[in-house]
Design a protein around this ligand. Structure first.
Ligand SMILES: Cc1cc2nc3c(=O)[nH]c(=O)nc-3n(C[C@H](O)[C@H](O)[C@H](O)COP(=O)(O)O)c2cc1C
Length: 232
């Protein structure tokens, strides 16, 4: 099992419970500055990420992932947040190994994730580096998917490829029905877990009383966050 999966990871790729993760977020680190409000914000942001993995209705469940396109132009798309390991600052996503984002990340691993929670009116912009997770992580994640969830990975070619006519690109026998598990097993060859380890984030909270903005960067030498206030 990959190291980052052993501790503090929530989501379908682990059995770790949410309470333990919350405790790790609370106690593992304090902000270097003496500003307690910054520490609270850092904790609330990571706690929200942990909740968003398991709560499909949480605004942070569906961030936009921005990569540098192969044509050197920025590219963003929505992607479902699937797992979170606070100790290693790693977020997990599922995708198709044939998708453009995988080629893009192979060339430029630096990515941005933008989350918005409309209930709390909080935007979180995360900068990090993306890699394809190890096979054992993908295997565990695949085990947690339903046959319907697995079906997308049986498309005849990768996302973003041209088609002669509108189509899901699924084989005809899988179209419009929930497949049996053995019918979508070959899709595993295309299934990939993307892990994004972040080292900086920008938090923006909207409020009638006055907006607030803070930025945080991971201090490798101190193994701690540094934070500061910024003009919203
Ligand atoms: C609500 C929603 C959820 C999505 N979730 C995922 C996801 O979890 N993984 C994924 O690879 N694509 C997901 N997509 C599709 C992506 O936005 C994107 O179209 C696709 O991954 C192809 O991107 P690419 O060609 O740039 O790699 C989702 C789209 C929507 C609208």
């Amino acid at each position: 099992m990959a190291k980052q999966c052993q501790k503090g990871l929530i989501g379908p790729i682990t059995t770790q419970n949410e309470k333990n993760v919350a405790e790790e977020i609370q106690h593992s680190r304090a902000i270097l500055s003496n500003d307690a409000a910054l520490t609270d914000i850092r904790i609330s942001a990571e706690t929200a990420l942990a909740h968003a993995v398991v709560d499909k209705t949480h605004g942070f469940h569906l961030p936009a992932l921005a990569t540098l396109g192969l044509n050197n132009k920025p590219k963003a798309r929505h992607i479902i947040l699937r797992g979170f390991a606070p100790i290693s600052r790693t977020l997990y996503f599922y995708t198709d190994s044939r998708s453009h984002k995988i080629s893009e990340i192979g060339r430029t691993p630096d990515v941005n994730l933008t989350f918005y929670d409309p209930v709390r009116q909080v935007q979180l912009c995360i900068s990090g580096r993306a890699t394809v997770a190890k096979a054992d992580v993908a295997q565990k994640a695949w085990g947690g998917l339903t046959p319907l969830g697995r079906r997308a990975y049986s498309a005849i070619s990768g996302t973003g490829r041209p088609l002669a006519q509108p189509s899901s690109a699924l084989p005809t026998h899988l179209e419009g029905r929930i497949p049996e598990a053995d019918e979508v097993e070959t899709g595993y060859a295309n299934f990939t877990v993307l892990s994004i380890t972040y080292d900086a984030f920008d938090w923006l909270a909207l409020s009638r009383e006055g907006n607030r903005r803070a930025q945080f960067s991971w201090q490798k030498a101190d193994k701690n966050w540094a934070g500061g206030w910024f003009v919203p």
